[in-house]
Design a binder for this molecule. Structure first.
Ligand code: NDP
Length: 462
């Protein structure tokens, strides 16, 4: 028995914190976890999960339209925003309950309070003022939407937090940003019938993705009726005298909309946590600095997930938590592996991707082969929808390894998960070629692109 109240104190009940607390508890450690809001964190409460539910909701108008090509006549459809929000709330409460039950079953003490560090071993529970001590501390407080405080009128805008619970569905919305959240919500709102405009400062949306994915999605979104403004930013947001908002842009546009949503990245939640008092170092963005084992500048304090600003993804936080437990409680030092993370953008069409974009691969390898297919998916033949699917494999010519795989189209996220295994396993293009196709699927294209579409040597297409 140590002199501390707990073997492990976890601050933050999101994906990473809950996983670590649960695993440590099930190992018989004395564990407490503090959460100031709701268990489940951003992903469950106001991120990935409600977002995906809203994506499903927003896809129905296209399903109704497509049905006609298959002989169905669908009557007049109507949509009830409040019903969707209520159904989403019920599902989230159910999931939150599962998170709590998992912690309880592992013997973890649940503390519904904000927790702040007093010193390197002492934590204060803000709700009661009580202080407790712990041998090890894990900080997993996540991140929050960048409020863009420098923007005049930013307080009139919403972020993804509010977007999930708007009292009414706006008739029109302007979304700022060109990343995951901006693109996903532009498609959600458009699908639900909202007149949607996206404004992004760069030359093309989704700056870190493969150019074919970026351009292909841009085209598909515009064809659906989403307006995309590039190389421009909002300069000011004001209330319009007749209701709604007016956004003025740097390039002189004046946009009258019901709502403005900012999706300009997420900041680490480190404000007021007492990190200085505990001696925990942060970087210039306020993210907690950690080593390869998620250890902070104080050896017995660890941090993981979005608060460390490594890769802001739920599965990454969970993986980091499992590595933390292996290292600290199972005597098996394990570094989180951040290489070749498959991800999806739940836009419409979806993007699924793993590995290097063509542009990044060109910078890394002297010669690459690009296998590219663009085609109309089978369902579109009868539905009449013009949307195209794009599949792309990037191969290092010297080793024949597939170093990047990118898909734009239905179920791209599902396919990206499986492609993630092949890239992780180091599969070569020859492994893809000798794999039998599953017919008729869209994914069979991935194993039937036998000839390169083009090669790029020293940055030049040949
Ligand atoms: P992203 O980092 O994806 O995108 C932020 C966007 O905001 C970029 O387009 C960026 O431009 C732009 N931006 C940043 N600051 C400014 C500014 N001052 N003025 C104008 N534009 C600005 O962040 P998101 O907020 O979309 O999402 C946060 C994180 O959450 C993501 O990084 C992702 O890891 C995760 N996420 C994952 C999802 C998934 O897996 N499907 C879904 C949603 C979120 P530029 O590109 O030029 O820097």
């Amino acid at each position: 028995m140590t002199a501390f109240d707990y073997d492990l104190f976890v601050i933050g009940g999101g994906s990473g914190g809950v996983r670590a607390a649960r695993l440590a508890g099930s190992l018989g450690k004395r564990v407490a976890i503090a959460e100031e809001y709701r268990f489940g964190g951003t992903c469950v409460i106001r991120g990935c999960v409600p977002k995906k539910l809203f994506v499903y909701a927003s896809q129905f108008p296209e399903h109704f339209e497509d049905a006609a090509g298959f002989g169905w006549q669908v009557g007049e459809a109507s949509f009830d925003w409040k019903k969707l929000v209520a159904a989403k709330d019920r599902e989230i409460s159910r999931l939150e309950g599962l998170y709590r039950r998992g912690l309880e079953n592992a013997g973890t003490e649940i503390l519904e309070s904000r927790a702040e560090l007093v010193d390197a071993h002492t934590i204060r529970l803000v709700k009661t003022g009580q202080t407790v001590t712990a041998e090890r501390i894990l900080i997993a407080t996540g991140g929050s939407a960048n409020p863009h405080a420098a923007l005049p009128g930013h307080e009139l805008c919403i972020t993804s937090n509010e977007a999930f619970d708007l009292p009414e569905l706006p008739r029109s919305i302007l979304i700022a940003g060109g990343g995951y959240i901006a693109v996903e919500f532009a498609n959600i709102f458009h699908g639900l019938g909202v007149d949607t405009t996206l404004i992004y400062r760069g030359k093309e949306i989704l700056s870190r993705f493969d150019s074919d994915m970026r351009q292909g999605l841009h085209k598909a979104m515009e064809e659906k009726g989403i307006r995309i403004i590039l190389t421009d930013v909002i300069q000011e947001v004001q209330k319009a005298p007749a209701g709604g908002l007016i956004a003025r842009t740097l390039e002189g546009q004046r946009l009258a909309v019901d709502a403005v949503m900012l999706a300009l990245g997420r900041d680490p939640n480190t404000q007021g946590l007492g990190l200085e008092a505990a001696g925990v170092a942060v970087d210039e963005k306020g993210a907690i600095v950690v080593d390869d084992y998620s250890r902070t500048s104080v050896a017995h304090i660890h941090a993981l997930g979005d608060v460390t600003d490594r890769v802001q993804l739920t599965p990454v936080a969970i993986h980091e938590a499992m590595c933390f437990i292996e290292t600290e409680f199972r005597n098996n030092p394990t570094k989180p592996d951040h290489d070749l993370i498959a991800t999806a953008v739940f836009s419409q069409p979806e993007i699924g991707t793993v590995g290097l974009s063509e542009e990044a691969a060109c910078r890394k390898y002297p010669e690459i082969e690009v296998y590219r297919a663009e085609f109309r998916p089978m369902k579109a033949t009868l539905s009449g929808r013009s949307e195209k699917m794009i599949m792309k494999l990037i191969v290092d010519a010297a080793s024949r390894k597939v170093v990047g795989a990118h898909i734009l189209g239905h179920d791209a996220g599902e396919m990206a998960q499986l492609l993630g295994i092949t890239l992780k396993a180091g599969c070569t293009k020859d492994d893809f070629d000798r794999t039998m196709a599953v017919h008729p699927t869209a994914a069979e294209e991935l194993v039937t692109m036998y000839q390169p579409s083009y090669r790029v040597r020293d940055g030049e297409r040949i």
